[in-house]
Write a protein that binds this ligand. Structure first.
Ligand code: KE4
Length: 430
């Protein structure tokens, strides 16, 4: 495959940007090779600067559930942009997107828009601390909630791939306020509450983890136990639905599982590819946020009309249940087909899938339930498979600690082509 222009671009970018990228996981360090510089994207496809087209299962790491450059989203952005992109003052589009979010996400009564998932989780933690008067927080090993200091403790996603789940630059005095437990280990959570009684402000959890690879926290009752423990201990339960929100159901994991958090963090799909994050929840809690209450949070571009319009055009199309039925059918066929292909090729694998987000783990473990299970997978095989698929024109997330995303734009022919490419890539990777 010709990657002449990507190679030249990466060399130039590396002189100017740390790692040649603006987000570490894009540098392909976990899988090796040269990151592809993308020239354009349309529907299920991305085209790189050397003219190579890829069937894309990253979807900008989740936002592109309708597919890239959806005509209605582009038209909405273009129309709005002609009237100004940011006012630094309230606009009606903020009301319209807030009405959609409050209507779609069961537990959200009041919502605040920010500009990224990191801002959303950072603000939600401050709110939980302000509301409870407690300082400690509890997260899970491999959970990734953006790059706010207190959350870069045993973090997943890109942090996990560089062996620095505890980032440099986070003061030890601050990190010690972040307690961690393995996923799916409710006794460890109980011990943390017993040892820190009355001190834990909140638990923050991805209800469908995607940053350890996709995990199941529902089937064994773990999520329900977290809800019960938070009620019992007076801590808030924060669902970080930045990735699974609007993805695993229109109302996210909380709708799919019927378990209600006190606060929800949102991002990715909510902005349709433009920078939007949000946090929201019970009115009693959210009214603690300035200027209603004493917990301060602000943002120059929060609620800007351009991003709001992209979110409105995206979320309003996700009100159609047909979309989720089609996503379920296509994603099941792809996921089951990949596992069947691994079996056919004599490659040990298992996986987890919820709706149109899934991960195939290359391992002889019967199933994968926590971060340490993922660390025990054949990560080198993943790297070889990733690069073989890239050579086949299929763009997967460049890490075993990530999820694959199917969009409404992926056709049955795309799924067939992906399964055929996987058969060849498995043979190459073996
Ligand atoms: P952002 O600040 O990147 O918008 O959102 C942070 C975040 C928060 N919570 C969850 C559950 C997330 O998945 C993320 C970001 N996800 C990663 C992919 N695993 C973004 C990709 C990247 O870091 O480049």
């Amino acid at each position: 495959m010709n990657i002449e222009h990507s190679t030249a671009d990466f060399q130039q970018a590396s002189k100017l940007l740390p790692g040649g990228v603006n987000s570490p996981v894009r540098a392909f360090k976990f899988v090796g090779g040269t990151p592809r510089f993308i020239a354009s994207a349309q529907g299920a496809y991305m085209t790189d600067v050397d003219g190579q087209r890829y069937i894309d299962y990253v979807g900008s790491w989740g936002p592109m559930i309708l597919g890239h450059a959806h005509p209605a989203v582009i038209a909405g952005i273009s129309e709005t942009a002609a009237h100004g992109v940011s006012f630094g003052a309230p606009c009606e589009l903020e009301i319209q997107l807030a009405e959609l979010v409050v209507d779609m996400v069961p537990s959200i009564e009041v919502v605040r828009f920010v500009n990224s998932g990191t801002e959303a989780t950072m603000s939600a933690l401050r709110l939980a601390r302000g509301f409870t008067g407690r300082d400690k927080i509890l997260k899970f090993e491999g959970g990734y909630h953006g790059h706010a200091d207190g959350l870069l403790v045993k973090a997943g996603s890109g942090a996990a791939t560089f062996g620095v789940p505890d980032s440099a630059g986070v003061p030890a005095d601050y990190a010690k306020l972040t307690l961690t437990c393995p996923l799916n280990d409710i006794e460890a959570v109980r011990r943390q509450f017993a040892e820190n009684s009355g001190e834990i402000a909140c638990i923050i959890v991805e209800p469908v983890p995607g940053n350890t690879g996709v995990m199941d926290l529902y089937s064994n009752g773990f999520l329900a136990e977290l809800r019960q423990l938070c009620d019992q201990e007076g801590a808030l339960l924060i669902f970080d639905e930045v990735m699974c929100g609007f993805r695993v159901a229109p109302g996210g994991a909380q709708e799919r599982f019927g378990i209600m958090p006190d606060l929800t963090c949102l991002g990715k799909i909510i902005g349709g590819g433009l920078p939007v994050g949000a946090y929201g929840g019970k009115e009693e809690i959210m009214r603690q946020i300035a200027p209603d209450g004493p917990v301060y949070q602000a943002g120059t571009l929060s609620g800007n009309p351009l991003a709001m319009r992209a979110g409105i055009e995206t979320l309003s199309r996700l009100r159609d249940p047909e979309i989720y039925q089609q996503l379920e059918a296509k994603s099941a066929r792809l996921f089951d087909g990949l596992l069947a292909g691994c079996k056919e090729a004599g490659v040990a694998a298992c996986g987890n899938r919820f709706g149109s987000m899934f991960t195939v783990f290359f391992t002889d473990q019967p199933s994968v339930h926590c971060f340490n299970d993922v660390c025990a997978c054949d990560l080198a095989f993943f790297g070889r498979f990733f690069n073989a698929m890239l050579d086949e024109g299929v763009y997967l997330a460049p890490s075993q600690f990530e999820a694959a995303f199917v969009s409404a734009a992926h056709s049955d022919a795309d799924i067939d082509a992906t399964l055929e490419a996987a058969a060849r890539a498995l043979a190459v990777a073996r």
